[in-house]
Design a protein around this ligand. Structure first.
Ligand code: OAD
Length: 243
């Protein structure tokens, strides 16, 4: 597939995963050198882990913060921001990533379904909104308390918790005619099921990444390659006159 043609009547929904940030130097989760090769999910990314050992959870996410702050957006992030600038009314980006490389590349209409590294929120779900927080905590004593007295936790969706803004995402998927999924292994639901819902509604569904994802059967096209090499030349935006 040389190009994906986008017409004025298309509604584009993009889903990204850790693979899009790999060329920025951030490790994925399930590749052989990925984060889950060095850490157990149950130790750092579950409500139980937080209850048992919040210091260990903060150590993990503090080191993720440090890495993300040093990383820069790569050509794949920039290509999506450029596409959005050409189609501001027709474009929506959902990322499973908790880094802010999409924003820093210029993406605007964007939802972080698994949370954001650069924010923290009250562990008690007291109703206060997440706060900007890029601090790197070396010990629990350094972690601030919420006004209600609860400890701040990372604004991250742990395994077993519900991803953010699912209603809005379902609405966006319902109206999409072109779904482009980039750099995600298709192993974590509900995100891995978005392609099937898009396909049921008749959307074109394209995957971009170096290997087939686990949910490959849902895609009408699989474009094999690194996101930073494939995405910059992939989209061909048609104007009304060409259509
Ligand atoms: P995974 O680590 O499961 O998958 C990363 C995917 O990126 C793999 O399929 C790789 O083939 C692909 N990949 C590697 N390099 C790439 C490149 N240069 N360009 C494009 N693709 C590349 O990561 P996710 O699918 O994002 O959740 O993981 C989903 C969720 O599981 C994460 O959001 C996280 C994790 O546990 C939570 O922490 C809640």
């Amino acid at each position: 597939m040389d190009h994906i043609a986008i017409s004025p009547s298309d509604q584009v929904f993009v889903l990204t995963g850790a693979g899009i940030s790999a060329e920025s130097g951030l490790p994925t989760f399930r590749d052989s050198d990925g984060l889950w090769a060095g850490y157990r999910i149950e130790d750092v990314c579950t409500p139980d882990a937080w209850r048992r050992d919040p210091a260990e959870v903060w150590r993990f996410y503090s080191s993720r913060r440090e890495a993300a702050q040093k990383a820069q957006p790569n050509p794949a992030h920039l290509a999506l921001a450029e596409l959005e600038s050409q189609l501001p009314e027709q474009f929506f980006l959902c990322t499973q990533n908790v880094d802010d490389l999409h924003e820093r590349a210029g993406s605007v209409n964007l939802l972080h379904m698994h949370g954001e590294l650069a924010k923290s929120r009250c562990e008690r779900e007291c109703g206060r909104a997440p706060v900007e927080d890029r601090a790197v905590y070396r010990s629990l004593d350094e972690v601030p308390r919420c006004a209600c007295g609860g400890r701040l936790r990372p604004h991250i969706v742990f395994f077993g918790e519900t991803p953010l803004e699912m209603d809005r995402l379902q609405d966006k998927i319902a109206e999409t005619t072109l779904m482009v999924v980039v750099g995600t292994s298709g192993s974590v639901y509900p995100a891995a099921g978005f392609v099937h819902r898009g396909r049921q509604r008749g959307a074109r569904t394209v995957y971009v990444g170096p290997e087939e994802p686990l949910n490959a059967s849902g895609f009408t096209h699989v474009v094999k390659g690194k996101a930073g090499e494939v995405l910059p030349g992939l989209f061909q935006v048609e104007t009304a006159a060409e259509n």
